[in-house]
Write a protein that binds this ligand. Structure first.
Ligand SMILES: Cc1ncc(COP(=O)(O)O)c(C=O)c1O
Length: 481
């Protein structure tokens, strides 16, 4: 039975207070803490309720049993993975969107038209060409990548005289794709899922700056052609997840044009970095890509989930996914048809309202200022690391990720690696800052990802103090063994 309208209104006011208190309190609480076993158990083993409960009881449970145990993103001292604080405008919009609860598959309702607009806004923000219908919102970049790579595969097959939708891949010469070792794992997942085979995803070497080596790419394509394989795709990064490196798109796009290869750019984390005038030059040529996947739910702070696939040629995407059974016919849909013809999802959530609210709240200028603040903080952190004899910067700071490690004098390389491997979780457990780790060229490192414009230089000092304190303790323990 649905609650009486007044119950909902009263509960919604309580919910607004609960959420406001939560957001206000974030900077003053530990960034993250492991859950108490009893609290974890209460969530894991909650019995299926036989009877219902009033909305206010549910809010009590959320306030006491759920909100005290967050992941930690939202706090200005959270530097882990690529997880941002939620934009407040996006949080509000989420409530309205779920009250309307449409399926944004297609039709003549506000959510559908708003999605067309925010996709165009996203394309405008990052400087990607936007033909009408040339993109859609997705759950994230992992899904956007599947859509873009499927379109790339479809075009390559067609050029080779195959109808992949009808005949599948069997019997076709292998399609070959190229990416660097720093490319996000979602690309390999997509390649495997699309039947390309991970062995046909070539790892192209990077130069000392961490960027895709263009000469190596050219040589690899020539080798594969000589063997009768079908090179079809290059994946470049507008901000790698490890170090935030932005590939040199212009020379890569030149090769793709010469060789008839689809250029896909993974801009999940870093595409919005182009809004910072200080680093915009790194993105030259981004608009020449055939497709771009990016995540409003990362640097823009749109509440999860929200990715976006942008494609230069709308027909490639529609030709890959369109399937309109009789029960979904919509003669009034207009030329572009339904969003569900451009991707995998049939029932689609109303993601566009939170994107609209997030962008409308800050405007292009406000967003650019926030991005520029993060990149400036990252450069500052890089300088602080370089000035610290106990720390070592492992890659130039190109966007807003700082890759570094504790420099442990006198220890063998394996022991250095072991210390840096343990460091992030040991730092996380202290609750003051949150940082995560990764491997870079076989070296264990910490990577601090700055996405929160509310972060201060004092927060950066605290981060390094924590890394030093924990690193020293782990080094001492390692030396004593
Ligand atoms: C560079 C990069 N590409 C792709 C992804 C995957 O995006 P999503 O988690 O939205 O699927 C991430 C996630 O962190 C990323 O940083």
């Amino acid at each position: 039975m649905s609650p009486a309208p007044d119950d909902f209104r009263a509960a919604a006011h309580t919910a607004a207070d609960l959420v406001s208190d939560y957001l206000d309190g974030l900077p003053d609480r530990p960034v993250w803490q492991p859950m108490e076993p009893a609290d974890r158990k209460a969530l894991l083993q909650a019995p299926l309720p036989e009877g219902g409960a009033p909305l206010t009881d549910l809010l009590d449970f959320i306030g006491a049993g759920v909100m005290p145990a967050p992941m930690g993103n939202g706090n200005p001292r959270f530097f882990g993975w690529v997880n941002s604080a939620p934009a407040p405008a996006g949080v509000l919009a989420t409530l309205a969107a779920s009250a309307m609860n449409p399926s944004s598959a297609g039709g003549d309702h506000a959510d559908v038209h708003l999605e067309r607009t925010v996709v165009r806004w996203i394309a405008e923000l990052v400087g990607f060409p936007h033909p009408a219908g040339g993109g859609l919102l997705t759950s994230g970049t992992s899904m956007a990548t599947i859509l873009c790579l499927a379109a790339a595969r479809g075009r390559a097959a067609r050029l080779a005289g195959w109808d992949i939708r009808e005949d599948g891949l069997a019997g076709m010469p292998p399609l070959v794709a190229y990416a660097t070792g720093e490319t996000h794992s979602c690309v390999r997942k997509a390649a495997e899922l699309l039947g390309l085979g991970s062995k046909h995803l070539r790892t192209v070497a990077t130069g000392p700056d961490g960027l895709l080596d263009v000469a190596e790419l050219r040589a690899a394509v020539a080798r594969d052609r000589a063997e009768g394989l079908l090179p079809f795709l290059v994946v470049a990064s507008a901000g790698t997840v490890g170090t935030g490196a932005v590939d040199a798109f212009d020379p890569i796009a030149d090769i793709c044009a010469e060789e008839q290869l689809w250029l896909h750019v993974d801009g999940a984390y870093g595409a919005f970095g182009v809004l910072d005038p200080e680093i915009a030059h790194r993105y030259a040529g981004l608009g020449r890509a055939d497709s771009l996947a990016l995540d409003p739910h990362k640097w823009l702070g749109v509440p999860v989930d929200c990715g976006c696939a942008l494609v230069r040629d709308t027909d490639e995407l529609r030709g890959t996914f369109s399937l309109v059974p009789s029960y979904l016919r919509d003669e009034a849909a207009g030329e572009l048809g339904w969003f569900s013809e451009y991707g995998m999802e049939q029932t689609r959530p109303f993601r566009s309202l939170k994107v609209w609210a997030t962008i409308a709240h800050r405007g292009r200028q406000g967003i650019s200022d926030d991005i520029a603040r993060c990149t400036a903080l990252a450069r500052r952190l890089g300088e602080m690391v370089e000035a610290d004899p106990e720390l070592e910067l492992l890659a130039p700071v190109q966007t807003s990720i700082v890759a570094f490690r504790h420099r442990v004098g006198g220890l063998a390389p394996e022991a250095v690696n072991a210390v840096n491997r343990e460091l992030p979780v040991a730092v996380q457990l202290r609750g003051r800052v949150f940082v995560t780790g990764a491997l870079l060229d076989g070296r264990e490192m910490l990577r601090a990802c700055l996405l929160n414009a509310a972060t201060t230089e004092a927060d950066l000092e605290l981060l390094l103090a924590e890394v030093r304190a924990v690193g020293d303790a782990l080094t001492e323990r390692s030396a004593a063994r």
